[in-house]
Design a protein around this ligand. Structure first.
Ligand SMILES: Cc1ncc(COP(=O)(O)O)c(C=O)c1O
Length: 401
C-alpha cells in the first residue's frame, strides 16, 4: 500500500491540473460517513457534490449492482434494448409526469441533449433561424461547449472563445428581463429551479410561472436543469414539483445513479418528437450498470421516503443554521435553499472554515468563494444533522479566535 505522500505525489504528477484537491485520499464509506487512507472518518455533507443520495454501502444498490455484474453483461450498446434502461425510463416518466427519456453519462451531456433537442424543435416548428437559447446569469450547466456557453458566469468562459453562438442571458428571478429577450427566434429557456454552483439561489415561484407562460406564448421549450436540485433533494422527487411548474424537458444526473455515473434528459412527447433516429446518441447512455443503479434510486423516490426525509431534515437544517446565524450575525449574512440543498453566505471566505471542519471530521463544500453549501446524502439522520451543526459551530468559534 502506497503512503499518502506517495499517492499525492503520483496524482499531482500524472493527473491533469484541473482540480484544487484537498490532501486526503478517500477509501470507503458507510451511511453518511466516508473514510480516508489513514482510517480517519468524516461526516459527509458533500456526498460527492449532491451525488451519493442513498449514502454509502446501501444494501439494495450493492445487491442490484452485483447481480448485473454476475449476469456477465454490463454493457451492450444502444443497438439493442436492455431491461434496466427500459425500467429506468418508465419509472422516470411516471415520477416526472414527462413522456420520454434519453440516457447519457453526466449533467453536461444531459444539457447538451436538451439544447440540441431545443434547436431541432425550433427549426422544425419555427424555422431555421429559431436557434436562440435564453439562459440565466449566475447559472451553471456543465463543462462541455454548449453547456459552458450557457453557464452565466464569465469566469468559466475565460480562454475558451469562440463560444457557441446564439445563447443569451437574462436576470434570474426577473420576468421583465426574460420578456426583453424572448422572441420568434427563441427555441428554449434553460434554468435551474435552484441555482447551485452560482451560490444556492432558489427561484421565485412566480418567476417560474411567468417563464412558463412566456415559453408557451412563443412556442419555446422550457428546460429545467435539475442536475443538482433534482432527485428528491428539495423535498419532492423533482424541484419543479415543489414550485408547481412543469417544464417541457428536465436534465438530470448527479443523484440519479446514487454514485454510479448516469445522466438523463426527460421530455414531453411534444418536445421529444423533435429527435429522430440518428439525431443524438451516447455509447454508454443507459448502460446496464448505470441504468440498474438509476432504477434503485428512482424506486426510492417513488415510494416517497427519500424526498420526505430531505424535506424533514431540510427544515431541521434551516432551523439549526438560523440559530447559528443568530449567534454569529456578522459572519452569516444569509441562509438560502430548499430541503437538503442549502447554503450559508458568509462575510468572509468560506475556505478556511471548510478546512477547519475537515480537520474536525466534517466534509463541506463551497458554492462560490463566500458560500458554504450543505448537500448531504438524502438518508442523513436527525442526529447527523445536529452533529454537523455542532462541528460547524466549533469551527466558526475557532476561526474567530
Ligand atoms: C445544475 C448543474 N448542471 C450541470 C452540471 C454539470 O454536471 P456534470 O459535472 O455531471 O457534467 C452541474 C454540476 O455541478 C450542475 O450543478
Amino acid at each position: 500500500m502506497k503512503t499518502l505522500d506517495e499517492l499525492l505525489q503520483t496524482g499531482k504528477k500524472h493527473m491533469m491540473n484541473t482540480y484544487a484537491q484537498l490532501p486526503i485520499v478517500l477509501t470507503g464509506g458507510s451511511g453518511s460517513r466516508v473514510q480516508d487512507s489513514s482510517g480517519k472518518t468524516y461526516l459527509d455533507f458533500v456526498a460527492g457534490i449532491a451525488v451519493n443520495a442513498l449514502g454509502y454501502g446501501n444494501e439494495t444498490l450493492k445487491t442490484t449492482l452485483h447481480a448485473v455484474i454476475d449476469s456477465g453483461l454490463t454493457h451492450c450498446s444502444n443497438l439493442y434494448w436492455n431491461e434496466h434502461a427500459i425500467t429506468a425510463a418508465a419509472l422516470l416518466a411516471e415520477i416526472s409526469g414527462l413522456d420520454r427519456v434519453f440516457f447519457c453519462n453526466s449533467g453536461a451531456e444531459a444539457n447538451e441533449a436538451a439544447m440540441k433537442l431545443a434547436r431541432k424543435y425550433g427549426h422544425r416548428n419555427k424555422g431555421k433561424d429559431a436557434g436562440k437559447i435564453i439562459s440565466m446569469k449566475h447559472s451553471f450547466h456543465g463543462r462541455t461547449y454548449a453547456a459552458i456557453t450557457a453557464t452565466g458566469q464569465p469566469k468559466y468562459h475565460k480562454g475558451l472563445s469562440p463560444l457557441m453562438p446564439d445563447i443569451e442571458f437574462a436576470e434570474f428571478n426577473n420576468t421583465a428581463s426574460v420578456e426583453a429577450l424572448i422572441d420568434d427566434r427563441t427555441c428554449a429557456v434553460i434554468l435551474e429551479p435552484v441555482q447551485g454552483e452560482g451560490g444556492i439561489h432558489p427561484a421565485d415561484p412566480q418567476f417560474l410561472k411567468d417563464v412558463r407562460r412566456l415559453c408557451d406564448t412563443h412556442n419555446a421549450l422550457l428546460i429545467f436543469d435539475e442536475v443538482q436540485c433534482g432527485m428528491g433533494r428539495c423535498g419532492k422527487p423533482f424541484a419543479y414539483q415543489v414550485f408547481g411548474v412543469t417544464p417541457d424537458a428536465v436534465s438530470l444526473a448527479k443523484g440519479l445513479g446514487a454514485g454510479i455515473p448516469i445522466g438523463a434528459l426527460a421530455a414531453t412527447e411534444k418536445a421529444a418528437s423533435a429527435f429522430s433516429p440518428g439525431d443524438h446518441a451516447s455509447t454508454f447512455g443507459g448502460n446496464l450498470i448505470s441504468a440498474a443503479a438509476a432504477v434503485v434510486m428512482l424506486s426510492s423516490l417513488q415510494d416517497g421516503t427519500l424526498p420526505e426525509n430531505a424535506a424533514k431534515r431540510g427544515t431541521q437544517l434551516t432551523k439549526g443554521l438560523t440559530a447559528l446565524q443568530q449567534e454569529f450575525p456578522d459572519l452569516i449574512t444569509d441562509i438560502r435553499g430548499l430541503g437538503l440543498m442549502q447554503g450559508i453566505e458568509l462575510s468572509t471566505e468560506a475556505a478556511p472554515i471548510i478546512s477547519l471542519c475537515l480537520d474536525k471530521g466534517l466534509l463541506l463544500v463551497a458554492a462560490g468563494t463566500h458560500i458554504i453549501r450543505f448537500v448531504p446524502p438524502l438518508t442523513v439522520t436527525e442526529t447527523e444533522v445536529d452533529e454537523m451543526l455542532s462541528i460547524l459551530k466549533s469551527a466558526i468559534t475557532e476561526h474567530r479566535r
